[in-house]
Design a protein. Structure first.
Length: 223
């Protein structure tokens, strides 16, 4: 089954959705990997707010979440989340682990949304970031970024083409769409294609010029 590319009026960028369930496949196997896409409710660009995006990723990388999910690759876009992940323990349910993550991050969203509505202000990326490419430390950082040995803080990156997020978009009580789309990784070629798709998504949207510059992309220990 070929991937289906979908768009919506607010974000006319292609997305790769696969939801084919394989008969007889062991979805609880610790050796299995899944490409997961989780949308925000009504595809609102809620993670355009930098503080909320950082809080959600902190929850993903928290030891409690890491005990349940074998995380390999992730990227958080303003209106959806891509994960390449599996389970760490035999017979553990990935859907339940993701459900717990979604429940906790929804509580974080409630707290942050109250702050945004009260202040009538969304924390957006910097419009301009000064760069000094002649500085030796900067050159060393660029080398580390290109080799995926370092990550940039979102406050230090110019994220271009970023959505125009409004405080009224945070009035809804629901953070995530009820369901998520999943695709079973079948072979090495599928794995390479999926990793490339995940890390290149921010580049295709025009947020950054290179995937390693996007602050909301990361890798697990095994990748």
């Amino acid at each position: 089954m070929e991937p289906v590319l979908l768009t919506n009026p607010d974000f006319p960028y292609p997305r790769r959705y696969n939801s084919l369930r394989l008969l007889g496949f062991d979805y609880a196997s610790t050796s299995s990997l899944f490409f997961l896409t989780i949308d925000t409710d009504s595809s609102r660009p809620l993670f355009g707010d930098i503080q909320l995006a950082k809080a959600v990723l902190a929850a993903l990388l928290h030891p409690t979440t890491q005990e349940r999910i074998r995380l390999e690759v992730y990227t958080l876009l303003p209106d959806h989340f891509h994960l390449l992940a599996g389970v760490k323990e035999q017979a553990k349910n990935l859907s339940q682990a993701l459900g717990a993550f979604k429940s906790y991050t929804t509580q974080l969203y409630w707290k942050r949304s109250r702050e945004i509505v009260d202040a009538r202000r969304v924390d957006l990326p910097a419009a301009f970031v000064s760069k000094n490419l002649q500085d030796d430390k900067t050159k060393a950082l660029l080398t580390a970024l290109i080799e995926w040995r370092a990550a940039l803080r979102p406050e230090t990156v110019e994220l271009k083409n970023w959505p125009k997020v409004r405080p009224d978009q945070f009035l809804g009580k629901t953070l995530w769409h009820t369901n998520f789309n999943d695709h079973v990784i079948r072979n090495d070629a599928d794995l390479r294609e999926t990793i490339e798709y995940i890390v290149m998504n921010p580049v295709k949207r025009g947020y950054v010029s290179r995937p390693e510059f996007y602050p909301f992309t990361g890798f697990g220990h095994n990748v």
